[in-house]
Design a protein around this ligand. Structure first.
Ligand code: CUA
Length: 169
């Protein structure tokens, strides 16, 4: 009938409004997310530019971790970068020899499993993950020997995993 047709039409128009509204809502949310990402990136989630990756199967054969004799690199007038390999079960180079009073940037990675890098008597205490580079800075104010301890359980030799830093005058 005429009346039924009119009702159907009205209902259809009503449904269309709701569909349009939901599409608008979805687009609005997408726009908000896009705007947030564009303005803030993933800062706070992953520090942008600080996540350094490396192939754990190649660190022993190529790149700055391969040769322990070249692991300590002077990178400034009073700054050194030390490429530390934490492996099952030890640290390379061993010992790490650095001068007193210089800023030491440790760049540590692992060719196998997760290890710890804790320098006894300092606040340096970080995790070392295969495939990632952990960067930590420290300036030794006192000459002497410092022990490196792994405090991340890494296997049967975990309790025997130590390294040594010699800080020279
Ligand atoms: Cu390496 Cu525990």
């Amino acid at each position: 009938t005429e009346r039924e047709a009119q009702l159907k039409k009205a209902l259809l128009a009503y449904e269309k409004k709701w569909i349009a509204f939901s599409v608008f809502t979805v687009l609005l949310f997408a726009a908000i997310i896009a705007f947030t990402l564009a303005n803030h990136g993933l800062r706070g989630v992953i520090p942008v530019g600080q996540l350094e990756r490396v192939d754990p199967t190649k660190v022993r054969s190529e790149g700055p971790w391969a040769d322990p004799a070249k692991a300590v690199v002077q990178t400034g007038p009073n700054q050194y970068t030390v490429y530390v390999l934490a492996f099952s079960y030890g640290y390379q180079p061993n010992p790490i020899v650095v001068p007193k009073g210089a800023e030491i940037i440790f760049k540590a990675t692992s060719p196998d499993v997760i290890h710890g890098f804790h320098i006894e008597g300092t606040n340096v205490n970080v995790e070392v993950l295969p495939g990632e580079v952990t960067t930590v800075r420290y300036t030794f104010q006192k000459a002497g020997e410092y022990r490196i301890i792994c405090n991340q359980y890494c296997g049967v030799g975990h309790h025997l995993m130590f390294g040594k830093i010699v800080v020279e005058e």
